[in-house]
Design a binder for this molecule. Structure first.
Ligand code: HEC
Length: 167
């Protein structure tokens, strides 16, 4: 098993080298993303499928929308997460690093406003990442994508901010 794994890695390195020498610069080689991607998987890394439509629903159901807005919908206490503010082309690791930079404040605010800290899986993070980088999918985002209990929480927090009496 090990020996096979080792062989595969060696072949992969060869494929990258061929790709680089065939296409000259790394930038050109990178445009042949499929080739590079397959190579990467062979050498035992795996990347999940990134589905922006699932991400649209997760942005609501995971409560990101309570503090962040997309397409003008959502809270105003945190930076807007519209695609125009994201790096293009998308680098998912950059997005994770941005979240990590905001982590300390986010954790405190999530405890205060949601009562707990949001948990997400790798797959959910991949889908949310696709959504925040996808202008077309963001244009479809509406309040009807947000589950009712989250909408209620948003109304509740807004009322609290405005000092309006509420339950
Ligand atoms: C309770 C409020 C709250 C919730 C819920 C929340 N965030 Fe945040 N988030 C913040 C705040 C506040 C900041 C800014 C932190 C800072 O400036 O240090 C932030 C920062 C970020 C940043 C960095 C923004 C930038 O421009 O650098 C990203 C990315 C992010 N959040 C993504 C998410 C995602 C994805 C979710 C849902 C899974 C989420 N957040 C849920 C409050 C929240």
């Amino acid at each position: 098993m090990n020996a096979i794994g080792h062989n595969t890695a060696t072949i992969s390195a060869g494929v990258i080298a061929v790709a680089l020498s065939t296409f000259g610069t790394f930038a050109t080689a990178a445009s042949h993303a499929t080739q590079i991607f397959e190579t990467t998987v062979e050498s035992s890394l795996t990347l999940p499928e990134m589905n922006a439509t699932n991400g649209r629903f997760l942005f609501g159901s995971k409560a990101c929308v309570v503090c962040h807005s997309v397409n003008g919908i959502g809270g105003e206490d945190a930076p807007m997460l519209d695609a125009e503010f994201m790096n293009q082309p998308m680098n998912p690791f950059d997005f994770a690093a941005r979240m990590w930079r905001g982590a300390e404040v986010m954790v405190i605010m999530q405890r205060e406003e949601l009562g707990n800290v949001i948990e997400i899986s790798g797959q959910e993070l991949a889908d949310i990442t696709a959504f925040v980088h996808d202008r077309e999918e963001q244009a479809r985002f509406s309040i009807t994508d947000v589950p009712e209990d989250i909408q209620e929480l948003m109304d509740h927090l807004k009322a609290e901010e405005l000092g309006v009496p509420h339950d």
